[in-house]
Design a protein around this ligand. Sequence first.
Ligand code: NAP
Length: 329
Amino acid sequence: MKVAVVGATGMVGEVMLQVLAERNFPITELIPVASEKSVGKEIEFKGKKYSVVGLETAVSMKPEIALFSAGGETSLAWAPKFAKAGTTVIDNSSAWRMHADKKLIVPEINASELTKEDKIIANPNCSTIQMVLALAPLHKKYNIKRIIVSTYQSITGTGVKAVQQLENEYAGTKGEMAYKYQIHRNAIPQCDVFEDNGYTKEEMKLVRETQKILSDKTIAVTATAVRVPIVGGHSEAVNVEFSTDFDVNDVRKILHETPGIVVQDNTDTFTYPMPLYAHGKDDVFVGRIRRDESQPNTLNMWIVADNLRKGAATNTIQIAEYLVANGLV
Ligand SMILES: NC(=O)c1ccc[n+]([C@@H]2O[C@H](COP(=O)([O-])OP(=O)(O)OC[C@H]3O[C@@H](n4cnc5c(N)ncnc54)[C@H](OP(=O)(O)O)[C@@H]3O)[C@@H](O)[C@H]2O)c1
């Protein structure tokens, strides 16, 4: 299988190459793609060196699959060209997620929606993926009415520039700024740009994408997304109100039995998820599971995952694996 990785020199692209190698994805030819400035640069994959090519060249090579993580504009302009050449695109940007005729996939939840006709498939936002993976089985059992989520998001979610900014600030040197403010020793209550309603785009992604993935527009979601100087992953404090009551131990059991979820929840041993330990892992970690005592049928929990792995690269590659396993490419 010929596979193009578009954005191969970026944060998500690099992890995609790692995950493709680790999971032994059946690649016969890798096509690393980046912007014109990186064309000719060498990257290593499974001990072999490959030269980065431009988008035009990559389309002409007609890969079976193209994994995109090169920003929304690149996806909008180029995904249709790949699709026209017969390539199935799995896109990490927000460009196609809310298009009515594009599927938004978390494989454990809704991969069965995919067909051979889906030539541009959207990968959800990192903070959405980890939240819905934990909420989907609970929604099935107890029916979610409302979600209140506050995020503590890793700087790796903003790409290589943000990691460089933190490193510069840590070392006390000046450099290019990915954020409007210093991120070192700070918490910035703005992830992505503001929309007209006063929420950020990241916050509204949590609203819209959750409803789309869980196929339920009646779920009320309100979000506050905050950037923190952390590299290992995103953390989320999630308060969820159900239609029916639950037993907290049943909730733990359901989550424990959900593929892709690891429950870390023991107050006696101070066991709870943290980005330091989620870093580099593919699972979504859930802990601090407790009843919200301020109102009926409501649960609090703490969800952590590596945004570059399950939040981006791993989820994308799991979609590709599903397509291959089901003869859809
Ligand atoms: N980081 C995350 O946690 C995360 C999670 C989910 C989704 N995403 C999405 O994934 C995408 C990439 O994020 P990132 O964090 O990896 O960013 P990044 O570190 O800044 O990397 C961007 C990549 O895109 C390439 N690129 C930029 N402009 C291009 C163009 N015009 N043509 C071809 N390639 C181009 C860059 O190539 P050069 O090196 O040549 O500039 C680089 O390989 C974004 O859409 C982001 O929203 C990120």
